[in-house]
Design a protein around this ligand. Structure first.
Ligand code: SF4
Ligand code: SF4
Length: 286
């Protein structure tokens, strides 16, 4: 049977998404594969401490590379590059991969035809083993491109792992925001679980990610975290959920013990236990 894919997302950062994901994993009702899709800030591994099984390069966008022996230093490539990625200070063209956007314009003007486009490593992805099951996770290089592609890759590998191990659930820690990696993280998920907080930006960004989920065919549900920090904000989140047909699965108060657990790189399982059981029940019904 095809495993159910649950992606935990948040319209904004700092809502407690990753802590909740880790707590959900520790009480999962079925065999689970974990997937870290927050490849810009992969913090789930800090809480789950996966033991590395294997490590793989993530080759993303093609960037320019100059054959220095054939370069005659004419500077044509530098003048055509809109991204200031080519340095001629040594008398020969040198490409700074951090700035190269892979447009290939330089290859068209080079009289020596000595610029090639080559696959460039943008990050690393891993298979790991945790106390709660196998984990596929990844790290984008600082300044790395193609985060959406990397999210797609880890999700594909998580599905293959679920097939091999017979896991019934894939639990994915998605990225915050509504950009390309968030789209890659929710597309094809059975449920997108939105973690929010009782603030104006929490409500605003929850509705934006909910719209994204609807557009990409993932059923959305909401957890309101740190609910007692603002009664007024909590009421507004509840109203917004009602008005937009978003099931509100739980309202969790701000718990200092959760903060302490996370500060010690520990899953806040015990601290969140009384909330996580009912959330799983509702999730499985959905
Ligand atoms: S591929 Fe485009 S961005 Fe990269 S160095 Fe060449 S012209 Fe500049
Ligand atoms: S256009 Fe070609 S030959 Fe001229 S500087 Fe650039 S790489 Fe060198």
């Amino acid at each position: 049977m095809k495993p159910k894919e649950i992606t935990i997302v948040s319209g904004k950062g700092g809502t407690g998404k990753t802590s909740l994901t880790a707590a959900l994993v520790s009480f999962a009702p079925q065999r689970t594969v974990l997937c870290e899709a927050d490849v810009d800030a992969p913090d789930l591994e800090i809480l789950l401490h996966p033991v590395k099984v294997s490590e793989h390069p993530f080759m993303g966008m093609r960037t320019a590379a100059v054959d220095a022996e054939r370069c005659i230093g004419c500077g044509k490539c530098e003048s055509v590059c809109r991204f200031e990625a080519i340095d001629m200070s040594s008398g020969k063209a040198v490409v700074d991969k951090t700035f190269c956007e892979g447009c290939s314009a330089c290859t068209l003007v080079c009289p020596q035809e000595c610029i090639l486009m080559e696959d460039t490593r943008q990050g690393t992805w891993f298979f790991g083993q945790t106390d709660f099951g196998p984990m596929v996770h990844a790290r984008l290089n600082p300044g790395g491109e193609n985060s959406g592609m990397l999210v797609q890759l880890v999700r594909k590998e998580a599905r293959l792992t679920a097939k091999k191990t017979g896991a019934g659930i894939i639990l994915t820690d998605g990225p915050p925001g509504i950009a390309c990696p968030a789209i890659s993280a929710v597309t094809g998920a059975d449920i997108a679980l939105i973690v929010t907080e009782p603030t104006m930006s929490g409500r605003h960004d929850m509705l934006r990610i909910a719209e994204l989920c609807e557009r990409f065919g993932a059923k959305a549900a909401v957890i309101l975290n740190k609910a007692d920090l603002s009664n007024e904000g909590a009421v507004k989140i509840e109203e917004a959920c009602r008005e937009n047909g978003l099931p509100l699965l739980a309202s969790i108060p701000f718990l200092l013990d959760v903060v302490h657990a996370v500060a010690q790189a520990r899953i806040p399982s015990e601290e969140l236990k009384s909330y996580i059981g009912p959330i799983w029940e509702k999730l499985m019904k959905l």
